[in-house]
Design a binder for this molecule. Structure first.
Ligand code: SF4
Length: 246
């Protein structure tokens, strides 16, 4: 059994839309889809719309996003009538800089704390606020790096939630095909050589031949070639020891 209620066979043999329906049937509105407004989130938000799922779509506004990321959120609201809940960190970036005496994201030993304050804690608060019992993420095995072994279902002991990864067996091509076939909004930065899009100070485009995660925290890359690859808002990323090797 994947969970007490959903069998592994049923979940794995279902398409992604039916996986969303299965989750909805069990968890109703006690499930959160954490949306980054990237392509995989676009697929899942569209599936949630099609399935009439009661999942809460939560967008963590770190207040350091590109304006275009907020525009993508607004497009999904307008086009599909989705009730996307925006949550923010306790402190503004300016208040955080003042408290810690620096811009934490600029330093290797400051980035984990910055991501904790501006991403993890807002998620924890949202889970508490909505009394969520489950999360839906867009992680895929074909992303490689630390996500090669992403499981269809896991858990996040930090928040006591079951974690569903309905796209775990999808490819980038499947994501692109789905978005194109259904006319789903796509973050405009993908057309500008960005492969993964997070906060503006920590995101750059990638060059031909570079790993898709190479544009994240590039300013923190070290002489041995390692750099942070994940913000660790996803517990499975946090567990993975290979996260700093591209
Ligand atoms: S991605 Fe960068 S700016 Fe955003 S929360 Fe993490 S360290 Fe801070």
């Amino acid at each position: 059994m994947l969970t007490a209620e959903i069998s592994k066979e049923t979940f794995l043999s279902s398409n992604v839309l039916d996986r969303i329906r299965l989750i909805d049937a069990i968890y109703s509105d006690r499930v959160i889809h954490l949306s980054s407004m990237q392509k995989t989130a676009g697929v899942l938000m569209h599936m949630i719309y099609r399935a009439r799922s009661r999942a809460k779509i939560v967008f963590i506004d770190t207040q350091l996003h590109f304006p275009q990321t907020l525009e993508v959120r607004d497009q999904f609201r307008e086009k599909y009538g989705l009730d996307i809940v925006t949550v923010t960190p306790e402190l503004t970036p300016e208040e955080q800089n003042k408290k810690y005496g620096t811009e934490l994201h600029r330093f290797v030993d400051g980035q984990p704390l910055c991501c904790h304050l501006r991403k993890e804690l807002p998620l924890f608060n949202a889970v508490k606020k909505f009394r969520a019992k489950a999360l839906i993420t867009g992680l895929m095995r074909t992303e490689g790096n630390g996500r090669t072994d992403v499981q269809p279902v896991g858990s996040d002991p930090r928040i006591g939630c079951v974690v569903f990864n309905p796209l775990f067996d999808w490819s980038v091509n499947q994501v692109d095909d789905y978005l194109r076939q259904h006319g789903v909004p796509i973050h405009p930065f993908y057309a500008k050589s960005y492969a993964s899009i997070g906060c503006a100070p920590c995101t750059t485009p990638i060059n031909p031949g570079e790993n898709d995660r190479a544009g994240r925290w590039r300013h923190l890359s070290e002489p041995n070639g390692s750099q942070p690859l994940y913000c660790n808002i996803n517990y499975s990323d946090k567990l993975n020891e290979t996260q700093k090797k591209i």
